[in-house]
Design a protein around this ligand. Structure first.
Ligand SMILES: C[S@@+](CC[C@H](N)C(=O)[O-])C[C@H]1O[C@@H](n2cnc3c(N)ncnc32)[C@H](O)[C@@H]1O
Length: 234
């Protein structure tokens, strides 16, 4: 990750955890360049990449996961749908290495990684290019004075509304009471999104096809119950 990228935008989370072992560093050095999104994402590159996953009639779906953490969720959804292309953004280098390991172990060919703040690529993606966006267990930033750091704010929603195709899906999950409220309140208030829940079970039960995430498992073991929110781009 070049310093110039990091300087462009203020990121408040962690970029590094435990020091990387030699094996992890090797994985990062050799495998990341094979799957890393280019710094300048031009339309030709994207069209070429999507065409590798295209069936004859339908355009390939492009799915984005924001803050993939250890990458187990992204690896699982990509393995389940090999005809779709998946972009994952995560500035935490240990998480990036973890996803590289999943990619290697599962032999996945349909994931591209942006090892940095997602906001740096959103502006480069074509309008209506995404079929689905996942924001799983975002950092809650519960204190009011840190509210500006929350990832799902009106500006982000405006941007995702432009990038999702009509009927595209915004899927979010959280187990933090304050984060649940703001995720829901911001998305419900946004004119471009419609909440798909019809009954309480729709947000209380993990929907089919939404694999577990590491953060969710930790929360469950500590007694925190997740909620699941699915919004459709009008
Ligand atoms: C609480 S963790 C959840 C990780 C994972 N989604 C899970 O459920 O296990 C939130 C993640 O979002 C990432 N994150 C926070 N802000 C981000 C941003 N602007 N762009 C991309 N990722 C971000 C953090 O680095 C962190 O890994």
């Amino acid at each position: 990750m070049t310093p110039s990228r990091a300087e462009k935008i203020q990121f408040y989370g962690r970029r590094k955890g435990r020091p990387l072992s030699q094996n992890m560093q090797r994985l990062l050095d050799t495998r990341l360049p094979e799957v890393e999104l280019p710094e300048k994402l031009d339309r030709n590159w994207l069209e070429q990449r999507l065409s590798l996953h295209k069936s004859t009639e339908t355009p390939a779906d492009l799915v984005l996961e924001i803050g993939f953490g250890g990458g187990e969720h992204l690896a699982a959804i990509a393995a389940a749908e090999p005809a779709k292309l998946f972009f994952g953004a995560e500035p935490f280098v240990n998480g990036v290495v973890s996803l590289l390991r999943h990619i290697q172990n599962k032999g996945l060919k349909n994931i591209c990684i942006w090892p940095d703040d997602v906001r740096l690529i959103l502006e480069q993606l074509p309008q209506q290019s995404l079929s689905c966006v996942y924001v799983m267990f975002p950092d809650p930033w519960p204190k009011a004075r840190h509210a500006g750091r929350r990832i799902l704010n009106p500006k982000m929603l405006d941007s995702l509304a432009g990038l999702l195709r009509p009927q595209g899906l915004l899927r979010m999950a959280s187990d933090h009471p304050i984060a649940k409220s703001w995720l829901l309140a911001e998305a419900v208030r946004h004119p471009s999104f419609e909440w798909r829940a019809r009954c309480a079970e729709d947000w209380r039960a993990r929907p089919q096809g939404w694999p577990q995430t590491r953060y969710m498992q930790k929360g469950l073991s500590e007694g925190r119950l997740p909620s699941w929110f699915e919004f459709e781009r009008r």
